[in-house]
Design a protein around this ligand. Structure first.
Ligand code: R7I
Ligand code: MG
Ligand code: MG
Ligand code: MG
Length: 375
């Protein structure tokens, strides 16, 4: 059912961010440590339920907080629901307001400059602050990808061209580097594709990658070509700007590598080295796609008893590095395929923001369904 899958994506993304946050850039993470953390969380819920059943008062403690990843995804979801379309000015204003209200959610080191500038209601060009990042080359952090899932869901059954254009404009509010844009497109394409596939039979991972590449290849080429044209125009007009030296199609190459990884038993070290778990888009977003597919197809040691969404989240966090972000992006894809029922109740009850995600999911589904009826 559509509702379960839209909610599944949003809720899985929130819990992955909340559970992953504790491990972000901590030095020694592995499967056992992540498993211990989730088991503890599950035991706490069991203990709490017992107490409630015995008539004792429910304690509010032990709720894991979400980070900037969810804060920004929520802004996109709420804006889409209110405007029934992408309204970049409104999304930018919501980003700014959220940041002003709760600046300690763990935002990226440089994006905060943009978020402060976006608070200015009279800003003529909302993309200007983002364009000025990193001496005019724009950020290539993964902040575009970490928050884009609601848009991938919103665009269910809309033409790919629309998904592409809307994704690019939402990304450019904070991230204008082509690597950030292509990475965000990879994530929104993956969420959108996962939601569209028949989930009554096991996922065909090879087919998923094939379809994903079919979407990504022309897009990646187009984004780099546009950038080169823009830069050469700036050069001719005498603007000083560095050449970026983008060569080939690095995202497509990484997606090809995922295909190879799924055929053999790849260890975490190799995944970290070749796909990456960094704060940069190119070194984290393809990894999220891999985590989704790995959870869907291979048993991850110690997690055999668990469902694919759980496996994906646990595995993504166990890789270390930018744990909240890789996990939230992987979970958003996985939840869109497997649905809400595959996110354990205990996890849902332990994380801040789940109730809102359920509500957002319901409203987004209403919008998508109304559109279906019309056409
Ligand atoms: O991309 P962004 O929103 O950060 C998201 C990350 C996630 O892990 C969240 O969970 C949160 O922890 O932060 O924020 P940006 O500040 O735009 O980018 C993040 C970082 O990427 C920057 O602080 C830089 O370290 C790096 N980075 C760059 N470094 C050099 N040159 C991004 N773009 C560049 C660049 O062009
Ligand atoms: Mg974060
Ligand atoms: Mg952080
Ligand atoms: Mg992060």
């Amino acid at each position: 059912m559509l509702l379960s899958r839209v909610r599944g994506s949003l809720v899985a993304a929130v819990v992955a961010d909340c559970i992953g946050a504790k491990f972000e850039f901590s030095r020694f993470v592995n499967i056992d440590k992540v498993l211990n953390a989730v088991k503890k969380l599950e035991q706490n819920r069991t203990t709490m339920k017992k107490k409630v059943a015995e008539g004792k008062k429910e304690k509010q403690g032990d709720v894991l907080s979400f980070t900037d990843d969810t804060a920004m995804a929520r802004s996109i979801a709420a804006s889409l629901i209110e405007h029934k379309d992408v309204n970049v000015r409104d999304i930018g204003a919501r980003f700014a307001k959220e940041f002003e209200k709760e600046p300690s959610r763990g935002y990226g080191g440089s994006v905060i400059t943009v978020l402060r500038a976006l608070a200015d209601q009279d800003l003529e060009d909302v993309f200007q602050p983002a364009r000025e990042q990193f001496d005019g080359s724009g950020s290539y952090g993964n902040g575009g990808g970490m928050r884009i899932a609601p848009l991938g869901l919103f665009c269910h059954q809309l033409p790919l061209q629309e998904l592409k254009e809307k994704t690019v404009s939402v990304t450019k509010l904070t991230h204008t580097h082509p690597y950030a844009i292509v990475g965000t497109l990879l994530e929104s394409y993956a969420v959108h594709l996962a939601l569209s596939l028949d989930n009554s039979k096991p996922l065909d991972t090879d087919n998923f990658l094939g379809q994903l590449l079919e979407r990504l290849r022309p897009t990646e080429k187009e984004i780099y070509d546009q950038r080169r044209q823009m830069k050469s125009k700036e050069k001719n007009s005498g603007d000083e700007s560095e050449e970026e030296g983008i060569e080939g199609l690095p995202y497509c190459n990484k997606v090809e590598l995922i295909r190879d990884f799924l055929k053999r038993d790849v260890d975490s070290k190799e995944v970290r080295k070749k796909l990456g778990t960094k704060v940069t888009a190119l070194d984290s977003i393809p990894t999220a796609v891999y985590c989704f597919l790995r959870g869907a197809s291979q048993s991850i040691p110690g997690t055999e008893e668990r469902g694919p969404v759980e496996q994906t989240i646990i595995y993504a966090i166990s890789l270390g590095g930018d744990t909240d972000t890789v996990a939230t992006m992987a979970a958003a894809i996985s939840g869109a395929f497997y649905g809400l029922e595959s996110v354990p109740q205990a996890w849902q009850e332990s994380c801040e923001g789940v109730r809102d995600a359920l509500l957002f999911g319901e409203k987004l589904t209403e919008i998508i369904s109304a559109r279906e009826v019309k056409s």
